[in-house]
Structure formats: C-alpha cells, structure tokens
Design a protein around this ligand. Structure first.
Ligand code: GRF
Length: 203
C-alpha cells in the first residue's frame, strides 16, 4: 500500500479527482495519508475534511519559505508518504524540500509545458492564440514548472472559446492526467533518461 500526501491551496478539484480515483479503484493499492493546505480557508481542505481524510492547515503567511517547508516536510515524513502530489499548491518548494523527496513529487500544470509556465497558463495560451493547449503532470525539480514530464494531455482551443471555457476543457484533462501519472509513478516501471520518462515494456 502506497501513501500519498496532497498539498493544496485552493479549490481542490484535482485532489477530489485523485481521491475519487482511489475510491473507485482506478488508482490501486494507494491511500491518501495526509492533505495539507497552506491556507485555512481553502475549499480543497474543507473537501478533504468532509471525506474524513487526515487534513492539516500549515499556514505559510509570514514565514520564510524554508521554515514553512520544514514544517510541511516533517508532517509528510511522519506519515511516511511515498508520493507527494501538488494539487494547486500555490507555493514554490525550496530546493531543500525537493531534495528530501527525490523523484517523489508531482505537480500538475494547465498547459503543454514548456509553453506557458507560471501563473494563469490558460489565459496565456488563449491570448497567444494557440490552437491546442492542455495539461502536464511532471516531477518537481528546483525550477518552476520544469521537471521531467510524466503525462501530457492535449485540448483543442475552439473559435468560440474564452479563457474560461478553455480552462474548463483543460481541467477535465487534468483530472484524468493526474490519475494516469500517479499510476505510472507508483508502478515504478520507468526510467528517466535525460529529461525523458521512458516506460519499461511489459514482460
Ligand atoms: C489547476 O489548474 C492546476 O493545473 C494548477 O492549479 C489549478 C488547481 O485547481 N496547478 P484545483 O485546485 O485542483 O481545482
């Protein structure tokens, strides 16, 4: 049984999608050991509490990044998590945090990286005029929205879209992509070659 730790700051729809996948058996042999929010009023935290999951608020406001990261890492280690899923966690992790969990931290980003890293990726893609966008689940490294890619899913940009309809289409892909990526990583049948995640062929 693998233990997941979820970090979030907001709405929490990716967290809910992961929890639903575990409940439905789409992610097997895994459970959510702890959900941590850095904001007390994050709807995702409320959703986690409602599901009866072990949910903690570790406020980040007014704390130096490493100080906050130390508190979060202590809780994750206490729960012996195998994999950390950033699910709308609006904090950069310090290099120290990343070093504590090598290749054990995933993030989801609402664009086809390396296009449109950073904030408001859907708006950036829409304004740029791309015809295809999507989402990326990747390992976290020291750079923003940067580590090796695990799963990407494309979404078309339609003529009558606005930023919101595009973001909603991408979000649907996000929910499916995170489940796929977690399964790939928990199975562990891959290697990282340079930046490339290469899956081992089945026996
Ligand atoms: C998602 O768009 C995700 O890709 C980005 O932050 C948003 C979080 O949404 N990293 P939610 O809180 O999971 O609903």
């Amino acid at each position: 049984m693998k233990s997941l730790g979820i970090l979030l700051s907001g709405r929490g729809s990716n967290f809910v999608a992961i929890a639903d996948s575990i409940d439905a058996g789409r992610i097997k042999n895994a459970g959510i050991a702890v959900v941590i929010s850095n904001l007390a009023d994050a709807p995702g935290g409320a959703a986690a509490r409602q599901r009866g999951l072990n949910t903690l608020v570790i406020p980040s406001q007014g704390k130096a990044r490493e100080e906050h990261d130390h508190e979060v890492v202590a809780v994750l280690q206490q729960h012996k998590v195998d994999l950390i899923c950033l699910a709308g966690y609006m904090r950069l992790l310090s290099p120290w945090f990343v070093q504590q969990f090598p290749r054990q931290i995933l993030n989801i980003h609402p664009s086809l990286l390396p296009a449109f890293p950073g904030l408001e990726a859907q708006e950036q893609a829409f304004a740029y005029g791309v015809k295809v966008s999507g989402c990326t689940v990747h390992f976290v490294d020291d750079e923003l929205d940067h580590g090796p890619i695990v799963v990407q899913k494309a979404a078309p940009v339609l003529d009558d879209d606005d930023e919101h309809s595009l973001a909603a289409r991408i979000l649907e892909r996000e929910h499916a992509a995170y489940t796929e990526a977690i399964n790939i990583v928990l199975e562990g049948r891959f290697k990282i070659v340079g930046r490339r995640l290469v899956r081992e062929s089945p026996l």
